[in-house]
Design a protein around this ligand. Structure first.
Ligand code: LLP
Length: 380
């Protein structure tokens, strides 16, 4: 079983997120050691924008990938330099575009022609030229949950690959927008490298086509998506960044002076976070035994929303393994963390750890049922 400082949990009210800061530091060190020379890694804040984590991530030298004005402000407040911030999202408001331009962030990743026109108009009003990258939907199946696959044909993200050349023509005619790059993101929790190999082929082909037209990109942004091991977090606390980065270094044909950008979120923060909860009641049903815990889908909504499975452990008991349905207190039957989970025999008050919760856990928490947001503990 994994080691958690249970003595320190005693006086703290549950549920809370426990962040293993040494693991986050080692993960960041691995990323910095493995990334291809000259590449820039922008951490995707949507995975977790807790200020303590953001400060550590900015100190490690990574940039920030933001999807709202709020995330841009959080990034700047936590030490990310504006020229290391990129901004994506299909529905940027005028105020958010103004904020991005006033801070002179590195790039706005654009997802539609309508958005480009608005950026051009706002940049003109502000007397600046907006650096943009076009997000291209490359029709690659990332073989992941349908809610988090984004690179397949016709969805709200990005510009269809078949429309790219027409859109490039439009951008080149705009006075207050400068085309700097192509942006791709094919999905999240991708657990094989094959979709990334396919992405490299598409990027190479598009680059050849652009070159024939005499259009040069300053950078290629291949997005994020590298998956983590939810089943065996202790065996794989740090994802295989060497193979991931190596795939791009090996297969992408970058042009002279062209930079490569990455946007990992989950792979950076997922394994350092654990949701700590206490058993409120053990309820003996007709055919099942329920462990009712004080954490719910409001604290970690991935199981309810994506049927995601997280490893669950009883940190208090050494008793025999028994099967439980581990459920939360929210008035929704989807408020369940797992069926038939083998836990050491549990009783009221036991600490329950829901692992691999550092990504899309705290950042997706809500106050449904008028609950408090989960607390935080940093482990050193
Ligand atoms: N770049 C873009 C444009 C994205 O849309 C995303 C994630 C990322 C980067 C970071 O992807 P990552 O490295 O974290 O896979 N809430 C879902 C995941 C949604 C991902 C959305 N986009 C979950 O809990 O599984």
């Amino acid at each position: 079983m994994s080691s958690f400082p249970i003595e320190a949990f005693g006086g703290v009210s549950t549920p809370f997120y426990y962040y293993d800061m040494p693991l986050l530091r080692s993960t960041l060190a691995t990323v910095c050691a493995c990334r291809p020379p000259g590449s820039v890694v922008h951490y995707a804040l949507k995975a977790n924008s807790n200020a303590q984590l953001l400060k550590l991530i900015s100190q490690s030298g990574l940039g920030a990938d933001c999807v709202s004005g709020g995330e841009i402000e959080a990034a700047v407040a936590c030490g990310f330099a504006p020229d290391k911030i990129v901004y994506s999202g299909v529905g940027k408001t005028d105020a958010e575009i103004r904020l991005a331009l006033s801070l002179a962030i590195a790039c706005i990743n654009v997802e539609s022609v309508a958005e480009l026109e608005v950026i051009d108009a706002i940049a003109s009003e502000c007397g600046v030229v907006a650096p943009v990258a076009i997000r291209v939907n490359p029709h690659i199946d990332a073989h992941t949950h349908h809610y988090i696959t984004t690179g397949l044909s016709e969805n709200k993200f990005g510009i269809d690959i078949s429309q790219l050349h027409a859109v490039v023509d439009r951008v080149l005619n705009m006075k207050h927008v400068r085309l700097r790059g192509l942006h791709f993101h094919i999905g999240s929790q991708i657990t094989t490298l094959q979709p990334y190999e396919a992405l490299c082929e598409v990027v190479n082909r598009l680059q050849d086509e652009m070159e024939l037209r005499g259009v040069k990109m300053d950078y290629i942004n291949v997005g994020g998506g590298l998956g983590v091991d939810y089943e065996y977090p202790d065996e794989h606390p740090i994802p295989d960044f060497a193979s991931y980065f190596g795939t791009f270094a090996r297969l992408l044909q970058l042009r002279e002076g062209q930079a490569l950008h990455f946007e990992p979120g989950r792979s950076i923060v997922c394994q350092c976070g654990t949701l700590i909860s206490r058993v409120l009641y053990i309820k003996e049903g007709l055919h099942k035994r329920f462990a009712i815990v004080d954490a719910g889908m409001t604290d970690l909504m991935r199981p309810a929303l994506y049927q995601a499975s997280h490893k669950i452990e009883n940190l208090t008991s050494q008793g025999a393994l028994c099967k439980y349905d581990v459920v939360g207190p929210i008035c929704e039957s989807s408020d369940s963390f797992g069926h038939d989970v083998a836990l050491n025999e549990a009783q009221r008050g036991d600490f329950i750890a829901i692992r691999s919760a550092g990504a899309y856990g705290e950042s997706m928490a809500s106050r449904y049922n008028s609950r408090q947001l989960p607390g935080i503990m940093l482990g050193e």
